[in-house]
Design a protein around this ligand. Structure first.
Ligand code: PRX
Length: 663
């Protein structure tokens, strides 16, 4: 192996320089064929992903593109996702292998073998059927990171009922909107959960959501808190553990699903206030997540693998549940936060479980860096073989820190770019083959055609910024939006596609740069979506929550770069009659955002201004507000009707900044 980049402990490369994967990693990597990029030149190449699964009926065609962009993958094939994640490993004699290692918030630990998981999934599947859940009925799951969450997902998959998991931290209103949009009549939730040691009531949010719904809901409630938060079950509500007892020992045959049948629905923020229900298929999705878990995350059945995300978002669906369980590995599930009971918590878990592969987000890595290297240094992290990053760009400094302090300079890092809509990783280095360039995600994966183009769809020169598009279909791609095919076309397939010439290029909503060697550096969202701590939020959704507050005339929300969170929410607000009661309105704004969306969308700053900067046609110039928030050059302001306001806002932010420093 060429060591020109100074790989190895003796000669650590200075920040930002490319690195080669270490020989020790390459020797054992799942994928080492250097020609794999060229070999993946046609849709049929994706058969190697489908080969990682067990099919009830083999597929006839790898890709059908007659109805593009409504592509169909592995058509004619049938399979069941729960069978692929459970039964087949048991049939292969791996009953006693650990499937899930759960680490609770209060230091509790639970281990589920593949057999344990099989038993509980089957019992719940039998209970769901008995409650009347049929194939294609959407079941909403509103649970924190407890084992019942993946169990519920797999039970739904077993009976062919698509699940819609709603992140447990979202509000009652957000839950109601999602259940309403999906016409979901079944809900799995819990009484509450522990937040920093306190009992937090989840059930009261559920009660409020159900009141807001027009249809009846049948609810299953997991008793997580016991005597710490007694609860009473109402009409249409059943206790999870009672149901398990009632259906104890029952098994349910996995329903053979068409490869194109919906496995799940996942709501994510779009450019309008309405969340988008992204629809994922059974065959293509599962094949893509299994393949990328194998090829990018290098997961092996005997590994202990830990993706420290929340299953309430796509990363957890693909890389805590479906990918690792499809490959029969041990997946770690952590309920708590990285700093409770202390800042060494994650490293203690890595040490005690001898974790082989660790996958997290840059926002967490920046926090670890800030806390200092003494926390990871307290533990033996030598079991780690590979590190992953997802959710935001990772800049070279945190990349280096992660590499040295967590990986001991010995683990390759995969910086994986993908989205809720792509279903699985689409841009990343292959850790056993490709050189790593800190700050740059890497080349498109084999079979993925990612390009960076200008407004007219022409590829930009290396080094220039443009729009990131995917110019060829891939198996894990979203099939449509639950809200309808029209919105799917409008959101992703109008900007760079041309139906006349049958050119279908998927628009990601991200800006990026591409280097001479084809490496892609993702620059961030260009639409009205902001990425706070790796979570996707719609500025319009936040704005409408603010606009509902008494006394608010108008609001504009932008992102401001932040060391801690990647981006913070900045809200510019004008009040009716320029109300003097700033503090009370500010409080009401924060409260409204938290109750309509959730605490993750809480504004870091609320800046009052007599007016918002607007063009002559009355459009708010958010670009300017973002420039002001980020202390950047304002650029062209000639389109403004009220240019003087920008100076006033700058002065206001200056005053606030000074006041904050004084505090
Ligand atoms: O802006 C990109 C950013 O996260 C967005 C997708 O968010 P979501 O659908 O919530 O899925 C997050 C986890 C897959 C993208 O449009 N993003 C994701 N991964 C990266 C990234 N930005 C830079 N580098 C990445 N590795």
């Amino acid at each position: 192996m060429d060591d020109r980049n100074g790989w190895g402990r003796e000669r650590p490369a200075p920040t930002g320089l490319p690195r080669n994967p270490p020989t020790s990693f390459v020797e054992q990597a799942n994928v080492t064929n250097e020609r794999i990029h060229e070999e993946f030149d046609e849709p049929a190449s994706w058969e190697r992903a489908a080969d990682l699964l067990a099919w009830d009926e083999p597929y006839d065609t790898v890709l059908e593109d007659e109805e593009a962009p409504f592509y169909r993958w592995f058509t004619g094939g049938t399979l069941n996702a729960s069978f692929n994640c459970l039964d087949r490993h048991i049939e292969a004699g791996r009953k006693t292998h650990t499937a899930i290692r759960w680490e609770g918030k209060r230091g509790e630990r639970e281990t589920y073998t593949y057999q344990d998981l099989f038993v509980e999934v089957n019992e719940l599947a039998a209970a769901l059927r008995d409650l009347g859940v049929g194939e294609d009925d959407v079941v909403t799951i509103y649970l924190p990171m407890i084992p019942e969450l993946p169990i519920a997902m797999l039970a739904c998959a077993r009976i062919g009922a698509p699940h819609s998991v709603v992140f447990a931290g979202l509000s009652a209103e957000a839950l109601a909107t999602r259940m309403d949009a999906a016409e979901s009549e079944y809900l799995l939730t819990c009484d509450g959960y522990y937040r920093r040691g306190d009992a937090f009531n989840q059930k009261s949010k559920v009660d409020n959501a159900c009141i807001a719904l027009d249809h009846d809901v049948q609810t299953i409630v997991v008793d997580r808190l016991g005597d710490d938060l007694p609860h009473v079950l109402g009409d249409g509500e059943r206790d999870y553990h009672d149901l398990r007892e009632e259906f104890s020992g029952e098994t349910v045959d996995p329903v053979a699903r068409d490869a194109e049948d919906m496995l799940f629905l996942m709501y994510t923020s779009g450019t309008t206030g309405e969340p988008k229900g992204v629809v994922h298929s059974t065959g293509g999705y599962l094949a893509h997540v299994a393949w990328t878990s194998h090829a990018v995350l290098d997961v092996k059945p005997e590994d202990t693998y830990w993706c420290a995300a929340d299953i309430g978002w796509i990363t957890g669906h693909s890389y805590i549940v479906y990918g690792p369980l499809a490959l029969g590995t041990t997946t770690v599930m952590y309920e708590g936060t990285p700093d409770y009971p202390d800042r060494a918590r994650l490293w203690e878990i890595v040490d005690r479980n001898a974790v082989d592969v660790f996958y997290t987000a840059p926002t967490a890595i920046r926090a670890f860096m800030k806390w200092g290297a003494e926390y990871p240094a307290k533990h033996d992290l030598s079991s780690l073989r590979l590190l992953g990053s997802v959710g935001e760009p990772i800049s070279p400094r945190p990349w280096d820190w992660y590499h040295e302090r967590i990986g001991g300079g010995e683990c390759p890092i995969v910086d994986t770019w993908w989205q809720t809509e792509t279903g699985a990783i689409t841009v990343s280095t292959l850790p056993g083959i490709d050189e790593m360039k800190p700050g740059s995600a890497g080349p498109p994966l084999p079979g993925i055609d990612a390009r960076v183009v200008d407004d007219s769809g022409t590829e930009v020169a290396p080094g220039e910024a443009g729009y990131l598009v995917l110019a060829r279909p891939w198996p894990g791609m979203a099939r449509t939006l639950y809200d309808g095919d029209d919105r799917f076309l409008e959101e992703y397939w109008t900007q760079f596609s041309d139906p006349e010439t049958d050119r279908w290029w998927y628009f990601s909503g991200d800006a990026a740069r591409i280097d001479e060697d084809g490496y892609i550096t993702v620059l961030g969202r260009i639409d009205d979506v902001i990425n706070v701590s790796g979570r996707r939020l719609s500025t319009m959704e936040i704005e409408s929550a603010i606009a509902g507050v008494d006394g608010v005339a108008e609001a504009a929300v932008v992102g401001r770069s932040s060391d801690a969170n990647g981006t913070d929410v900045y809200a510019y607000v004008s009040t009716e009659g320029h109300s003097e009661n700033g503090d009370a309105i500010r409080e009401a704004i924060v409260e409204s955002v938290e109750s309509t969306i959730g605490p993750i969308a809480r504004p870091a700053e609320v800046i009052f201004t007599p007016e918002l900067p607007k063009t002559r046609s009355g459009k708010i110039m958010r670009r300017l507000l973002a420039a002001v928030a980020n202390d950047e050059e304002l650029g062209d302001t000639s389109a403004l009707r009220n240019p003087e306001i920008v100076g006033e806002i700058q002065a206001e932010i200056g005053d606030e900044g000074e006041a904050n420093e004084r505090n």
